[in-house]
Ligand binder design. Structure first.
Ligand code: CP
Length: 338
């Protein structure tokens, strides 16, 4: 695909070669993401973050990624902080905001809303999550992480086993990730969820059509015994009619050190898109795994910066110029020598 000026709305718009390109640019972003080097390649450019649902890492990492490329970020957080609370349409909001911005990232509670917004925008729009539908940049950073973690264990994206656990009905991150996995070969997937929160049939069919083996179960312990990746997810309480309905499912599938040690192969990588629900009644991914070397959740969040920097550079057509606009990290020079 041609990234320059494109919207990023769904992982379905990617071919495998596109993924390889994004990951190659993401690799090159490491010195900038780690603040060892500075680039001003997007100096003068403005990102508008429009987050109409809560977010910590997606919103902040979009903003930080843009700042690290030299650009400026403007933010609207929560629907009550925008004129949409006064009845303004997605169309009008997009027309207005795209006059002030070079790229817009949006999160919205309704499926399809970001695509509707993008259709009216005059600048590229990146979907930061639209209801239970998609979260394409999370899927890219998850896949980037899986690739790195597999490589460290001598495996590749074309032959691995993953157990995906939790709320697979409403979890947009797993919808996007599984669709993306259709671009690869010989993936064995086990979906572990209560039957009521199963992976949508359309996603399962797409995976099977891609030749992947898919097992659907509500048995956690047997499912995590022979996999390379366990990918845990939170019950998406905001999608349920009431907290009481969500409460039926909280804490149903818990991964902790004891269960991991008893059932998983030692090299199994533990992932979660975050936030994890650390309240006692949920706790799907226990903090007693925090120091486990296989816990990749914070490697995921670090990788998100690389992937989001890569996407901004590619959407704005400057990925080849990043190093040309590099300069020293000035604030480091004020540190006392160690
Ligand atoms: N993974 C993710 O989307 O996290 P936030 O809700 O904090 O952005």
């Amino acid at each position: 695909m041609d990234f320059v000026g494109a919207n990023i709305l769904s992982v379905c718009q990617f071919e495998r070669a596109d993924i390889d390109r994004v990951f190659g640019v993401a690799d090159a972003m490491a010195p900038y993401a780690q603040r060892r080097k500075v680039t001003r390649v997007l100096e003068g450019a403005i990102l508008s973050n429009m987050f109409l649902e809560p977010s910590t890492r997606t919103r902040l990492s979009f903003g930080v990624a843009f700042n690290l490329l030299g650009g400026t970020v403007r933010e609207t957080v929560g629907i009550t902080a925008s004129a949409m609370a006064k009845g303004e349409s997605l169309y009008d909001t997009a027309r207005v905001l795209s006059g002030y911005s070079d790229v817009i990232c949006m999160r919205h509670p309704q499926e399809g809303s970001v695509a509707e917004f993008a259709a009216a925008s005059r600048v590229p729009v990146v979907n930061g999550g639209d209801g239970a539908n998609e979260h394409p940049t999370q899927a890219l950073l998850d896949l980037y992480t899986i690739r790195k973690e597999l490589l460290a264990n001598g495996r590749t994206l074309d032959d691995f086993r993953i157990a995906v656990i939790g709320d697979l009905k409403y979890g947009r991150t797993v919808h996007s990730l599984c669709k993306l996995l259709c671009l690869f070969d010989k993936v064995q997937l086990t979906f572990v969820s209560p039957p009521e929160l199963a992976m949508p049939e359309a996603v399962v069919e797409k995976l099977r059509a891609a030749g992947h083996k898919v097992v659907i179960t509500d048995q956690l312990e047997a499912s995590i015994s022979h996999v390379d990746i366990v990918y845990s997810t939170r019950i998406q309480e905001e999608r349920f009619a009431s907290p009481e309905e969500a409460n039926q499912y909280r804490g149903r599938f818990r991964l902790n050190r004891e269960i991991f040690t008893r059932h998983c192969e030692p090299n199994t990588v533990i992932m979660h898109p975050l936030p994890r629900d650390s309240r006692a009644e949920a706790n799907e991914l226990d903090t007693d795994l925090n120091e486990h070397p296989g816990l990749a959740i914070f490697r995921q969040t670090d990788n998100g910066l690389l992937v989001r920097m890569a996407l901004f550079a590619m959407l704005l057509g400057v990925e080849e110029l990043v190093d040309d606009y590099a300069c020293p990290v000035r604030w480091h020079s004020r540190r006392s020598p160690v």
